[in-house]
Design a protein around this ligand. Structure first.
Ligand code: C2G
Length: 446
């Protein structure tokens, strides 16, 4: 019996794939198809797959051409598979010509002519693109435009600068200061205006029927936040917090791992996020254009606290050093939370520097994420006995922003918010900002 193996993502299975599978099958008596896992595709830079691994496997199975389907999860697996499954022929499309010659050592390698004129990317890009507009002028806007280019099916079409700012050079985007006009030209908005404007900007967009991806906090008060979610639900629109960390694979996995009980019962979460890059403490800094430490960092730092310890804390206390209290600019804030099951703390600063690490302590061990934990591709699970320690590595491209954009697009397309930041967490973050702004339970130092 001649065994043949081939691999692929097989996203949005099309005629080109089917022709390849047919010819692969005809090369022998038994066809094994390796379908790439979502994680492996991420490491290959393919983040655009529209279908999940299970959907892609089902599509391959439905062709009736595969005698066996396996999942391809890591670099080098092909050698393993070929040996283990006693494969005689490895085949793949001619777009990979030469690339897999190293497999000749283990079996025969055949490149089949690729079918012209069709590809998953073409199927994806032929789809109408979601027209997104950006609101605000922060430097982050440029990053968003750059990162959106890695996501098929989305197009940044214009900018509404509610604050001063200019269009990045060479961009073919429309540019306006008139928010109403702007909203008429887009289907969704990404809001990166100053935090005190988030509520008003988001509300207007939702009322105009636009989906919203908004930098966290999405509002300044709990009531405003609830109102926004009510409008979004009533209008069937997506309202999503833009916290890029939530979309990084390493972060997602460490949250899941913490929940499995691997480190026992969780007793404390400590998250530190600081940066001096914004220069809020520099002489002559225009504070009216700056985000304070709380708005700039607390949504990120609070994410693991609320996702692990929950949003129902008993009490909390702020310890704050203001740079300009009038302007509500804190250079450093520490928040201590008490829960019935443990404690949590965050330290955020744009006018002080500390080790930006995340530590989740449990009764059996702890999870350690080195600085800067909010854009990490790596974490460690540590125990009393160092032999039990484990390290976990994942792919992270574009600080998670492109995954966030892809998740937003998926939410819009599927009509359901599969957001990694739940509404409950989003509201709890707003609650903390709300209480900070009201100086509730605050110890101030100088
Ligand atoms: N294919 C083809 N004609 C097309 C499109 C794709 O013959 N018009 C072939 C590809 O050459 C590949 C298979 O169909 O052999 C699956 O294509 P993709 O889903 O794009 O997967 P790819 O990224 O090429 O994965 O490590 C090798 C990879 O696993 C192959």
């Amino acid at each position: 019996m001649v065994k043949v193996i081939t691999y692929g993502t097989f996203d949005l299975l099309h005629y080109g794939h089917i022709r390849l599978l047919e010819r692969a099958k005809a090369l022998g008596d038994y066809l094994i198809v390796g379908v790439t896992s979502d994680d492996y595709d991420k490491t290959r830079g393919k983040i655009n797959s529209q279908q999940s691994l299970m959907e892609r496997i089902k599509a391959v199975r439905d062709t009736g051409l595969a005698d066996e389907i396996i999942v391809e999860e890591y670099e080098g697996q092909k050698i393993d598979d070929i040996r283990r499954l006693h494969v005689d022929i490895f085949t793949v499309g001619s777009d990979w010509e030469g690339y897999f010659d190293y497999l000749n050592e283990y079996c025969k390698v055949i490149y089949l002519q690729r079918t012209e004129g069709i590809s998953s990317s073409k199927v994806r890009t032929d789809k109408r693109k979601l027209r997104v507009g950006l609101v605000g002028s922060a430097a982050f806007r440029t990053k968003f435009i750059h990162e959106s280019q890695f996501v098929n099916g989305i197009e940044v079409v214009g900018i509404c600068a509610s604050q001063s700012g200019t269009v990045p050079e060479g961009e073919a985007l429309f540019y306006t200061n008139d928010y109403e006009e702007f909203l008429k030209k887009v289907e969704a908005v990404y809001i990166i205006s100053k935090p005190e404007r988030h509520y008003a900007d988001t509300k207007k967009a939702l009322l105009a029927g636009k989906h919203v991806l908004c930098e966290s906090p999405i509002a300044y008060t709990r009531d405003e936040c609830q109102e926004l979610y009510r409008i979004a639900a009533a209008k069937g629109l997506i309202l999503m917090d833009a916290i890029k960390t939530a979309y990084s694979t390493a972060y997602e996995r460490l949250i899941l791992l913490a929940k499995t009980g691997k480190i026992g019962q969780i007793i404390s979460v400590d998250a530190v996020c600081t940066s001096l890059r914004d220069g809020i403490a520099l002489e002559g800094a225009d504070l009216s254009q700056k985000w304070n430490s709380m708005c700039g960092w607390a949504p990120v730092a609070l994410l693991p606290v609320f996702q692990i310890m929950g949003v129902k804390y008993i009490d909390k206390c702020f310890y704050t050093k203001f740079l300009d209290k009038e302007a509500n600019i804190d250079s450093f804030t520490k928040i201590d939370f008490t829960y019935s099951t443990g404690v949590a703390s965050i330290k955020v600063a744009k006018g002080a520097k500390a080790e930006g690490e995340l530590i989740i302590a449990g009764t059996k061990g702890y999870i350690y994420v080195p600085a800067p934990w909010w854009k990490t591709d790596y974490f460690e699970v540590r125990f009393e006995n160092p032999e039990d320690n484990r390290r976990f590595f994942y792919q992270l491209d574009g600080e998670g922003i492109r995954y966030e954009i892809a998740a937003f697009l998926k939410a819009v397309e599927s009509g359901s918010n599969i957001s990694y930041v739940s509404q409950e967490v989003s509201q709890a973050i707003v609650g903390v900002i709300n209480d900070f702004n009201e100086r509730m339970n605050m110890v101030e130092f100088f």
